[in-house]
Design a protein around this ligand. Structure first.
Ligand SMILES: *[C@@H]1O[C@H](CO)[C@@H](O)[C@H](O)[C@H]1NC(C)=O
Ligand SMILES: *[C@@H]1O[C@H](CO)[C@@H](O)[C@H](O)[C@H]1NC(C)=O
Ligand SMILES: *[C@@H]1O[C@H](CO)[C@@H](O)[C@H](O)[C@H]1NC(C)=O
Ligand SMILES: *[C@@H]1O[C@H](CO)[C@@H](O)[C@H](O)[C@H]1NC(C)=O
Length: 375
C-alpha cells in the first residue's frame, strides 16, 4: 500500500504486565527476520491452543504486529505495543486496522475483547522486544484472524517514538509484510542430530521462496521459475546445508525443485516475478536463462529432507557470486482432476541455503549426469 499511514486510535486502554516472563527465550524455537534489512525479528512457539510470539524491532517507539488478509493494512488483526521511555513499563493493545483510502489513513480500532496477553516488554538503546501470547483461534470471530497452518501474511510496522498522546499514533516509519507458514518446521532454529552446521560460526540463510504463485487450474503439470539475487558476498562462503520449504497443503503437488547459480549478470533487468518456465512466450528468455544458469547448487525431490554437506565439505560461493542470480525452478505435478473445478492452487514453496563464513577443508561440486533438454 503506497499511501502514507496515519494511525489514529479510536479508543484506548492498555494492558500492563510485569516485565517478567516465566519462559526463557530458549522456549521460542522458531524464528525468522521479517524483512531483508533485519529490522524486525520474530520468534515464536505454539501448542494446540496458543501461540507465543516475541517480536523485536529496531526502534524505541511503538510497534505493531498482526495478521493481514492479503498484505494490506486494511482489516489487519494487530496489536500495538511499546515500552515507555520514561518508566520502562510495557503496554499492549489488541486491535483491528481499518484503512480509509479516501482519507489516506489507517485507524487502529481497539478490540472490545483483548485476546493478546503481554508477557514481557523490554527496550535497549535501539530495540524493542514485545512478547505476547494469544489463542490460535479466538472466539472474537469478527475482529480476530486465526493463526492457522495456511500461509499467513504477517504484518509489522513501527515508529521511532512512543506516542505522546496514546490516542493518536503518528504515521509509522517502518513497515513490512511477510508470507509465512508459521507452523512449518523450516523456521526451527536448529535441527538437532546430524546437523553439521552447528560447528560453524556466522551461518546465514539465503531464502528463495515463491510468493503465492498461482498454479492455474487448466494445467496437469507445470514448472514455475523465478530468479533470485544473491546477497553481497564480501568473503568466500560455503553452502553447508540446503533444505526445501514445501508449502503445507501442497505437498502432493510440489514434486521437484532445482536451484542453479547463474554465471554472469544479465544484460537487461530480468523481471523478479515468477513465470512459467515452459510457456512459449518465455522461450527466448528461458534459453538465455538456461545457458547462463547452469551450475546446480541445490536440488530437492519429493521425500527429500534437509541436506547437510559432510563436515569437511561445503559448496563454494565466491566473492564474484555476489549479487548474481539464482534460478529457482519448481515442478508441480499430480494436479488433481478436480482442480479443474475448484479454485486454482497457490504456492509459496522454495529452497533455503545455509551458508557459513568458516570455510571447510574441501570445496564440493555438483556432478550432473543425464541429458539436459531445452524445451
Ligand atoms: C498452551 O499455551 C498456553 C499459553 O502459554 C497455556 O496457557 C496452556 O496451558 C498451554 N496448553 C497446554 C496443553 O500446554
Ligand atoms: C510514560 O510514563 C510516564 C510516567 O509514568 C507517563 O507520564 C507517560 O504518559 C507515559 N507515556 C506513554 C506513551 O505511555
Ligand atoms: C473515509 O474518509 C472520508 C473522508 O474523511 C469520509 O468522508 C468517509 O466517510 C470515510 N469512509 C469510511 C468508510 O469511513
Ligand atoms: C480457473 O481459474 C480461473 C482463474 O483463477 C477462474 O476464473 C476459472 O473460473 C477457473 N475455472 C474453473 C473451471 O473453475
Amino acid at each position: 500500500m503506497a499511501f502514507p499511514l496515519i494511525l489514529g486510535v479510536v479508543a484506548f486502554t492498555v494492558i500492563q504486565a510485569s516485565g517478567k516472563s516465566e519462559a526463557g527465550p530458549m522456549s521460542l524455537p522458531r524464528e525468522t527476520f521479517l524483512d531483508e534489512q533485519k529490522q524486525a525479528f520474530l520468534a515464536w512457539t505454539f501448542n494446540d491452543t496458543h501461540i507465543d510470539v516475541s517480536i523485536t524491532v529496531k526502534t524505541r517507539g511503538w510497534l505493531a504486529f498482526g495478521l493481514s488478509p492479503n498484505g494490506e493494512m486494511h482489516q489487519t488483526d494487530a496489536f500495538v505495543a511499546w515500552v515507555n521511555d520514561t518508566d520502562g513499563v510495557p503496554f499492549l493493545q489488541d486491535g483491528w486496522l481499518e484503512s480509509n483510502a479516501t482519507a489516506r489513513r489507517v485507524t487502529l480500532v481497539r478490540d472490545s475483547q483483548q485476546d493478546w496477553t503481554l508477557l514481557q516488554g523490554i527496550q535497549t538503546t535501539d530495540e524493542t522486544m514485545i512478547r505476547a501470547v494469544r489463542a490460535l483461534v479466538t472466539c472474537d470471530r469478527h475482529r480476530d484472524r486465526p493463526f492457522s497452518r495456511d500461509t499467513l501474511r504477517i504484518l509489522w510496522a513501527a515508529h521511532d517514538k512512543d506516542p505522546v498522546d496514546p490516542a493518536r499514533l503518528p504515521h509509522h516509519k517502518k513497515r513490512g509484510v511477510k508470507s509465512m507458514l508459521m507452523f512449518s518446521p523450516s523456521y526451527l532454529r536448529t535441527t538437532p542430530v546430524p546437523d553439521t552446521t552447528t560447528a560453524d560460526t556466522h551461518p546465514e540463510e539465503v531464502v528463495m521462496q515463491f510468493e503465492q504463485v498461482l498454479i492455474p487450474n487448466d494445467t496437469i503439470t507445470l514448472s514455475q521459475c523465478r530468479l533470485f539475487q544473491l546477497p553481497k558476498i564480501e568473503k568466500k562462503r560455503h553452502i553447508i546445508k540446503t533444505r526445501a520449504m514445501v508449502q503445507s497443503g501442497n505437498e502432493q503437488y510440489v514434486q521437484r525443485m532445482l536451484a542453479s547459480l547463474c554465471r554472469g549478470k544479465f544484460e537487461q533487468n530480468l523481471s523478479p516475478a515468477t513465470f512459467d518456465c515452459h510457456a512459449p512466450g518465455n522461450a527466448q528468455m528461458m534459453l538465455a536463462v538456461r545457458q547462463n544458469c547452469d551450475a546446480l547448487i541445490a536440488t530437492w525431490a519429493v521425500g527429500g529432507e534437509v541436506f547437510s554437506y559432510p563436515e569437511e565439505t561445503g559448496l563454494p560461493l565466491d566473492v564474484d557470486s555476489s549479487g548474481r542470480y539464482v534460478l529457482l525452478e519448481v515442478q508441480y505435478g499430480n494436479l488433481p482432476k478436480d482442480v479443474f473445478l475448484s479454485e486454482a492452487i497457490r504456492d509459496s514453496s522454495g529452497i533455503v541455503l545455509t551458508t557459513s563464513d568458516t570455510l571447510r577443508r574441501h570445496d564440493a561440486a555438483f556432478l550432473t549426469t543425464g541429458l539436459l533438454q531445452f524445451d
